[in-house]
Design a protein around this ligand. Structure first.
Ligand code: HMG
Ligand code: MG
Length: 304
């Protein structure tokens, strides 16, 4: 077992975006920047810093332009931000971001609730700006939501997600993040889904974005690892959730993911103690306990 697990994986940290979009409080801009600095200090290199979505829909991230302006820009760090439309792309370009992330749901109903458009119209909208974004030098990532299940429609066919993935890749997305938006995935299902994508797309063009509502995120990630996936989205403290997907609890906690990967001998470049400290910064920002099962005590000593 575990012969195919990669030696090294990349963690794509989403707490400043997926985490803070789902909080009741709106965190002051400078404190968001402080969280991102703490995440950088842990060694994370890929950070989704905010969203260029409508401030009416997600007021918690209305200060996206200011957040990007405050961030340090160390070499080798790749910031990204969610972007639903051409307006978001223009804002990202103006802010000088090197990467944007488009998002669409495999479920018609969730897509409608999340972006007020059909799947077909969302894809048509993407055609207006993904290719121009790539042409202007940005990397474009694509999320496909509700692949493991939808809060409105229940089970979603694998083919409906694959159709979207083909189009996103055709338009120029360098990576597709396969998303379990509400955390209903289980390991055999994960094997079916990930194998279906691997049959069509190279493994480095795929990522997994697992919410941990029912405690199955790490189990699903182990399946992804065994199949050779090398990018995993995570959020410190397990913060996160989609405001337009009822029942979407937090993402897999970055601390839990790094702890598991360290123990498996998979390199991440992330220092677990510093990551724990970043989680404490997040906890202070949101003003409540973190949803993830995050333990400081003994992360090092337990292993030594
Ligand atoms: P709409 O109301 O249908 O469209 O929103 P609109 O074009 O009529 O825009 C409404 C207003 O917003 C207008 O302003 C626009 O100018 C403005 P007004 O004229 O009324 O003053 N607007 C914008 N402002 C700033 N930046 C923009 C922008 N676009 C329009 N980019 C829209 C359509 C897509 C904009 C809206 O539905 C929206 O912003 N939705 C985003 C919802 C969201 O962020 N959901 C959570 C993220 S997805 C997620 O969490 C899943 C993920 O984590 C993966 C997973 O777990 O599955 C990624
Ligand atoms: Mg999410």
């Amino acid at each position: 077992m575990f012969e195919s697990v990669p030696d090294e994986v990349s963690i794509y940290e989403v707490s400043p975006r997926d985490g803070l979009q789902n909080e009741a409080v709106t965190v002051p801009t400078t404190r968001k920047a402080r969280l991102i600095e703490a995440l950088l200090a842990s060694g994370l290199k890929r950070i989704e810093a905010t969203s260029f979505v409508s401030p009416k829909w997600v007021p918690q991230l209305a200060d996206a332009d200011e957040v990007i302006g405050l961030l340090p820009k160390p070499d080798g760090v790749q910031y990204s931000a969610l972007c639903p439309n051409a307006k978001g792309f223009e804002r990202a370009l103006k802010a000088g971001l090197p990467e944007i992330a488009v998002f669409i749901s495999a479920s018609e109903t969730h897509n409608q609730k999340n972006v007020n458009k059909t799947v077909a119209d969302t894809l048509a909208g993407f055609r207006e700006f993904i290719a121009p974004a790539v042409k202007s030098g940005l990397r474009v990532r694509g999320y496909i939501s509700t692949l493991w299940g939808c809060p409105y429609e229940g089970e979603i066919s694998i083919e409906s997600g694959l159709r979207i993935a083909r189009e996103l890749v055709r338009e120029g997305c360098y990576q597709i993040s396969l998303s379990d938006t509400i955390g209903v995935g289980t390991p055999r299902q994960t094997e079916r889904i990930v194998r279906a994508y691997l049959a069509e797309f190279p493994r480095e063009t795929l990522a997994m974005h697992m919410h941990d509502t029912r405690g199955t995120a790490l189990a699903n990630i182990v399946v992804g690892l065994e199949l050779g996936i090398t990018t995993f989205d995570a959020s410190v403290g397990g913060l996160g959730g989609c405001p337009y997907a009822p029942g979407a609890a937090g993402n897999v906690a970055s601390e839990d993911l790094v702890f598991m990967l360290d123990g498996m001998g998979v390199r991440t470049g992330v220092d677990l103690d510093k990551l724990w400290a970043a989680g404490q910064v997040a906890k202070a920002l949101v003003g409540h306990d973190l949803p993830g099962k995050v333990h400081k005590a003994g992360v090092r000593s337990l292993r030594n």
